[in-house]
Structure formats: C-alpha cells, structure tokens
Design a protein around this ligand. Sequence first.
Ligand code: DOR
Ligand code: ZN
Ligand code: ZN
Length: 346
Amino acid sequence: MSVEKITLEDPLDMHCHWRQGAMLNKMVPLSAKIFAGAMGMPNTNPPIFSLEDILEYKRAVEAAIHFEDNFQPYYTAYFQPNMSKEYLKAIKPHILSIKFYPKGKTHNSEYGCSPHDPGVLESLSNMEELEIPASVHGEADGFCMRREYLFGSIYEQWATMFPKLKIIMEHISDRRTLQLLVKFPNIFATVTPQHALFNLDAVLGGKLNPHMFWMPILKEPEDQEAILNAIMGINGLACVKHKLMLGTDSAPHPVDQKECACGCAGVFNASITLQLLAKPFFDSGKVEQYKMFTSGNAKEIYGITPPKKTVVLERVPSVVPDRVGVTVVPMLAGHTLEWSITEIRA
Ligand code: DOR
Ligand code: ZN
Ligand code: ZN
C-alpha cells in the first residue's frame, strides 16, 4: 500500500516570534527550513518601534537565514498611538502589518496600550489611508477565559469605523470570534495549531503543563472544535474559510522561564505544526483546503508572492525532540506525531 501523502507549495507562517540574539539565530533557520515565508512579531525587548529598529531587526534575521533555504521573512512594527503618516510611509516598504498589543495582556506587552487610549484611532485611521493592515492580539481586561470575547466589541468598532483597514485577529481562540469573520468583510484571522487541536484540559486537566500554556489561553472543547471546523471549511462557517491563515504563534522561552512558579506564556511549535495539522485535514478529505490555509489565503490577504518551496508530508510517525537547542522544550516534546515531513525542495 502506498504511503498517504500531502504536498504543500510555499507554506507560510503568518505569526511567529524569533526573539533576539542567540534565540533568534536558532529560531530563524528553523522557520526558514520548512516555510517559504514567515512573519516575525515585534514584541522584542525593547520592542520594534522605529524605522531604525525595523532595519536592525531585518539585518539580524537576514544574517541568520541559510541562503539555500530560499526563505522570505516578513516583518511587523509594534503599534503606538498617534503614528503619523510620515512615520507610516517610511516604515511601510519594510513591513506587512503593525501589531497591536493590549497593555499587560501578554509577553512584552507592557509597551502596548489600551484600545481606548487617545491616539489609537488616529493611528488606525492613518494605517487605513496608507493601506497597512493591523494585526491584533485581541484580549481585553477581564476574566482570562473571556478576554478575547470581551475584545469583540473593539474589533466591531474598528472594523466599522475603518472599513478599508484590513484587521487580522491573531491566534483566535474563542468560537464567538468566528462570527466577526462572517460579519465584517475587512476582518481576517490567523489560527494556531494549538487552538485548533487542544482545549484547557491540555494545560490543567491532569498535571499542570506549562508547555501547553500560552495567551490567549486554551478554552473549551467547543471552541477548539469550532476553530478546527472553520479552518477546514466543514461547518456552517465555510463562507469564512478563505479568511483564515496559519500563524503558529511559535513563541520560544527558555525552559527555566517555563518550568518556574511564574511560567511565561508561549511555546515553540514552528517545526511540528505542518505535521500536526496534516492529520485532521487529510482524515477529513480537506487537503485542498489545507493548501489554502497554509499558503493561498495568506498570499491573497497580504498580497505577497513568497519564494517557491515544496514540502512533502507523509503519514509516517515522527517523534518530537525533547529539546530544540539547549534550552527550548517544544510543544508535545517526546510525543509521536502520525505525520512527518519527508522532503523539502527549495
Ligand atoms: O503565549 C504567547 N506568547 N502569546 C503571545 O501573544 C505572545 C507570545 C510570546 O511572545 O511569548
Ligand atoms: Zn499575541
Ligand atoms: Zn504571538
């Protein structure tokens, strides 16, 4: 019997964290190996604010890419209130979007702001005029399980006020968020493998597992199921399947900052995501939709043409390593995945 197989062209990761320094030098080649392109988030410390910050980050990322990997990195800047048109015009050629961080809601978000701060609407209005998309970590104040839902009214307000602004709801986690994709033509979303495949039990249902802890926190089985169905286009929300893009939210932290009393949110998963999601898409007969979710939709939404890269997945078991580099424990460390990457042609 022949091996079951999926061939992906130019897979893209539209949301990942490469960090800085030694961590960046480790992470960038891992994205570059299996993706044709990936978008690096700006929540470094200090964050990527100015044109100079962007150019410096670009130099660091580009220096870490192995030429033969034929990889296009994409960049973002950290949202600030009152961004002028001059500033936005200067950074536009170097970025794909600007990332909004709600203050205090996730890693390095103390440099962020409240959606109600003065100058936020001014920035969004200028971004709309200059056609720069807004990538949004959408979590509002409130109970952690409800934070994304509570941010919904902000998404509604922004999408209504700025109908030409492309708003990307990053790493969606709540089934109610999917309705915004139906309601607003200018709202899109990224989806992580973790929010499509796991619920809160993965963190708290047995022994406390910090390696399944990230923000937004995993939610109920119904949320996971609705998100998985939406990316596969097999439920009542098939009308939004072209608006959903893969964004792994791969977010490495050194193991001592995960397995301590105040563990950081975020887990490295870039190297296992394509294998992990191969199973549900293949088993549901949705391989064409897998190609759109991992590439075609992002090309269309962001208007990008990444370099050519073919990634072949086969239903052959692979074991997730215990460590990536010296300090990073990947998502599902030590677990056996049903699928493997068996060939990459760059
Ligand atoms: O869990 C998370 N980790 N969520 C985010 O939004 C940021 C990320 C990080 O940078 O560690
Ligand atoms: Zn985020
Ligand atoms: Zn993120």
